[in-house]
Design a protein around this ligand. Structure first.
Ligand SMILES: Cc1ncc(COP(=O)(O)O)c(C=O)c1O
Length: 409
């Protein structure tokens, strides 16, 4: 007999990344050949945690007051402006001139996603997303009692635009609203990044749906934006396509400071809303602030202070950007080594363009996960694959991993 409320009794977290990561850590204490490719966090090539020196320096210098006092629920004006500057980079003024916009701070991108799922999905409006995804979306959906509908993510090595449209059309048969989610660039778990042409087709379709009188919400989870492309400017190139939005659709960006600043535990993040329709932005503000007050109340002030202090000091900002570049280069070296060896031994992977993860396709993720665990390679089973977090495997340990995986699978 459970004391839990009826609707909570079936909410059990199984196969969660953090649980599997704990298993990998325990195995490391026993065996010395363990590859821990579980958690999506950056580690140095010597196996230690990847902390950005500039970020640590700012936080260490914070006096008690700004660390500990309540921060505004929205994050405050400076934070909002700074997040727009960071996320949109060279496209900031284009975006701000083309859309009404607003920012609400959240504890990580998770908070932004939770708020958005809760506030925009209805009983007859499932979340439309590809069939390969970050599994925590399902946990959030379950927690807010909403559902999802998926479509096959790939057509060969490219995004399956037809599958996306077909699924949207199915939902529109019984709903006057579309809510679709894209995790881009450097998708978790595959590392895929949509091309400009693919984004253009997505917006062309969604403009058409909005013109036909339907409501359209596009949730844009860009948690890994700072680890895609050759540079920060390059990874922002996809915002150019926002010029093609000419209807009243609502875009809600989920931004993760966990990844950008390697500050996973501090819970920095934001939801950024863009729409040409003022009412959409007013509703967003009202809804996001309400649910924030009802859950985390206000964001951790340390993260807000960090962002504001980093952005008000050009020297610190330059130093941080250089450190980010080093991290991107390290990730690229790991990906190049792994993918090169995978090709040599004939191990298939999903198309990887950037980010923390590479995923090996399989119809039976749990079996593949167990087989790899038996040879002390700890991965995460994801829909249609097993995921390797190259973000946490030192370069020297990557040699030979592709062959070991190929042999056992
Ligand atoms: C695709 C994706 N979105 C969102 C998040 C949430 O990150 P956080 O809440 O730490 O910002 C993660 C974290 O792993 C992720 O992989």
């Amino acid at each position: 007999m459970s004391y839990l409320s009826k609707h909570r009794q079936s909410n059990i977290l199984t196969g969660d990344t953090f649980q599997i990561a704990r298993e990998a850590k325990a195995a490391k204490d026993v065996y010395d050949d363990v590859i821990d490719a579980t958690v999506g966090a950056l580690y140095e090539d010597d196996g230690t945690f990847y902390a950005y020196k500039t970020i640590t320096q700012i936080i260490n210098k914070l006096p008690a007051d700004p660390h500990f006092r309540y921060a505004p629920t929205s994050g405050g004006l400076d934070f909002k402006e700074n997040i727009n500057r960071w996320v949109f980079g060279p496209y900031q003024s284009m975006v701000e001139n083309n859309f009404q916009h607003s920012v609400v701070a959240s504890p990580g991108a998770s908070g932004a996603l939770y708020n958005t799922f809760l506030n925009y999905l209805d009983d007859h409006t499932p979340l439309i997303m590809p069939d390969i995804y970050w599994t925590n979306y399902l946990v959030i959906l379950k927690s807010v009692n909403r559902s999802s509908m998926t479509y096959p993510m790939f057509d060969g090595d490219f995004f399956n635009i037809e599958g996306f449209i077909t699924t949207c059309e199915k939902v529109l048969e019984h709903s006057d609203k579309l809510v679709c989610l894209f995790n881009d660039p450097a998708h978790n778990p595959t590392g895929y990044t949509l091309s400009i042409g693919e984004w253009e087709r997505i917006y062309a379709y969604l403009n058409g749906v909005a013109e036909a009188g339907k409501k359209v919400v596009l949730i844009y989870d860009l948690a890994y934006i700072d680890y895609d492309g050759e540079s920060l400017e390059d990874s922002r190139r996809l915002f150019d396509v926002l010029k093609k939005v000419y209807t009243d659709i609502l875009i809600i960006i989920a931004y993760s400071g966990s990844k950008s600043f390697s500050l996973y535990g501090l819970r920095v993040g934001a939801a950024i809303a863009l729409s040409k329709r003022t009412e959409n932005i007013e509703d967003f503000n009202q809804g996001a602030i309400f649910t924030a007050r009802a859950t985390w109340s206000c964001p951790p002030s340390t993260g807000i202070q960090l962002v504001n202090r980093l952005f008000s000091n050009d020297m610190l900002m330059d130093k941080f950007k250089k450190e980010l570049k080093v991290a991107r280069t390290a990730l690229k070296a790991r990906a190049t080594l792994f993918l090169g060896e995978a090709e040599t031994v004939g191990l298939k992977t999903y198309p990887y363009h950037g980010g923390f993860f590479i995923t090996i396709p399989t119809d039976n993720p749990e079996v593949a996960f167990d087989k790899l665990k038996d040879i002390h390679i700890y991965t995460i089973p994801v829909p249609k694959g097993v995921r390797l977090a190259i973000s946490s495997i030192p370069l020297t340990l990557i040699t030979g991993v592709a062959k070991r995986i190929k042999d056992v699978l």
